[in-house]
Design a binder for this molecule. Structure first.
Ligand code: SF4
Length: 352
C-alpha cells in the first residue's frame, strides 16, 4: 500500500479513494475567473485542482484564491524556487515541481523546508520530454526504465534534503509507455502515484487514451489520484475522470447513465434526446441508475433494471420506475418530463 499524503483536507494514497484532479486554464492572476472555474470544477465532482504559477503575480493571487476556494489548490511551478516559496506562503495545499530544474540543492531545500513547516506535500512531476538526455542516450530512447529512473532520481533529490511527503507523476503521451512506467514505479516505491496520460489530445482522442492508460493502471490497483488531460474544458476532464472510476467501480454515487446505441428499430430521435437528458441530469446529487433506451425489444429490460428509465416506441416512450411501467411520454416533451421525474425520484430516495 502507498503512503498517505494530505492535500489540504483531501487524503491521497494509503487506501483512500482515488481522487480526481483537474487543472484550471484561467490566468491565475485573474482571481475572479479562476475562482469561478474552481467552483464549477467542484460542482462537477473534482477533488483537487491545480493552477499554473508562471510569475509572482500568480503566486500572490493564490492568497485570495486559496482563501475562497472550495477545493485544495496545487501550485504548478517550473524553474523558479521563489514562486514555490511564495505559493506555499499563500495557501497552496501542495506544490508541483520537478526537483531537477528548480535551481540546485540549496534552493530545493528552501522549498522543501517551507513545505515541511506548513505540512504541504510536493508532487514530483516528471514528463517523458524532461528526462535527462544522458539517460535517453544510455537506453537508446525513452522507455519505462529510464522514465522510472528519472522519477526516482528526482525523488532522491528531495529525500536528500530530508523531505519525503511526496506524490510522484511520470507522464508520457503514450498510454502504453505510461502503463509500463507506472507499473515499474509502483514496484519500486511506496509513494502515492498521480496517474495520467499527458498531452493526451482533444476530447475524443484524449478521453480514449486516458481511459486506456489510467483505466489499465487503476484496474491493477495502481494510482492514487488521477488527472485526465484534455485540450478542452477542464470540466470535461473531471467528468471523464469520474467515468473512469465509475467504470471500475472505484467511485459510487451520483447519476449512472446508460443508453443504447440505437439501431434500425429506433423510432424516436434517441441520440439527441439521450444526449440532452444526460447533459441535464449528470450533475444531479442523486444516487440513481438512469436508462434511456431506443425500443421496446431490449429497452424495457434495461430500463427496468435501472431506478428510472425510458424505452422508446413509435414517437413516444414508456417510463419505468423501479422496474414498473408508469406511463407514456410523448417524444416532443419527453426530455423535460423525464428530467422532472428523475428529480422527483431522486428527492424521494433521499428522504427514504
Ligand atoms: S435497445 Fe432497441 S433500439 Fe436500442 S439498440 Fe437495442 S434493439 Fe436497438
Amino acid at each position: 500500500m502507498t503512503k498517505t499524503v494530505s492535500v489540504g483536507p483531501v487524503l491521497i494514497g494509503g487506501g483512500n479513494p482515488v481522487r480526481v484532479q483537474s487543472m484550471n486554464n484561467t490566468k491565475t492572476g485573474d482571481v475572479e475567473a479562476t475562482l469561478a472555474q474552481i467552483y464549477a470544477l467542484k460542482e462537477a465532482g473534482c477533488d483537487i485542482t491545480r493552477v499554473a504559477v508562471p510569475d509572482m503575480e500568480a503566486a500572490q493571487a493564490l492568497k485570495e484564491i486559496t482563501k475562497k476556494s472550495p477545493l485544495p489548490v496545487v501550485a504548478d511551478i517550473h524553474f523558479d524556487y521563489r514562486l514555490a516559496i511564495e505559493s506555499a506562503k499563500n495557501g497552496a495545499a501542495k506544490i508541483r515541481i520537478n526537483p531537477g530544474n528548480i535551481g540546485g540543492p540549496e534552493k530545493l531545500k528552501m522549498v522543501a523546508d517551507i513545505c515541511k513547516e506548513r505540512g504541504l506535500p510536493i508532487r514530483v512531476g516528471v514528463n517523458s520530454g524532461s528526462i535527462d538526455r544522458k539517460l535517453v542516450e544510455e537506453y537508446g530512447g525513452v522507455c519505462a526504465e529510464n522514465m522510472t529512473k528519472s522519477a526516482l532520481d528526482a525523488v532522491k533529490l528531495l529525500e536528500d534534503v530530508d523531505f519525503d511527503d511526496i506524490v510522484i507523476s511520470i507522464k508520457s503521451s503514450s498510454p502504453r509507455l505510461t502503463i509500463e512506467t507506472y507499473k515499474e514505479l509502483a514496484r519500486r516505491c511506496d509513494y502515492p502515484l498521480h496517474v495520467g496520460v499527458t498531452e493526451a489530445g482533444t476530447l475524443r482522442e484524449g478521453m480514449i487514451k486516458s481511459a486506456v492508460g489510467i483505466g489499465s493502471l487503476l484496474s491493477q490497483g495502481i494510482g492514487d489520484t488521477i488527472r485526465v488531460s484534455l485540450t478542452g474544458d477542464p470540466i470535461d476532464e473531471v467528468y471523464a475522470g469520474i467515468s473512469i472510476l465509475k467504470a471500475l467501480d472505484l467511485r459510487s454515487g451520483g447519476i449512472t447513465f446508460v443508453s443504447c446505441p440505437t439501431c434500425g428499430r429506433t423510432e424516436v430521435p434517441l441520440i439527441e434526446l439521450a444526449s440532452e437528458i444526460e447533459r441535464r441530469i449528470c450533475n444531479l446529487p442523486y444516487d440513481l441508475k438512469v436508462a434511456v433506451m431506443g425500443c421496446i425489444v431490449n429497452g424495457p429490460g434495461e430500463a427496468r433494471e435501472a431506478d428510472i428509465g425510458l424505452a422508446g416506441g413509435k414517437g413516444e416512450f414508456l417510463l419505468f420506475k423501479h422496474g414498473k411501467t408508469v406511463r407514456k411520454l410523448k417524444a416532443e416533451s419527453a426530455v423535460d418530463e423525464f428530467v422532472e421525474e428523475v428529480k422527483i425520484l431522486g428527492e424521494e430516495s433521499k428522504s427514504n
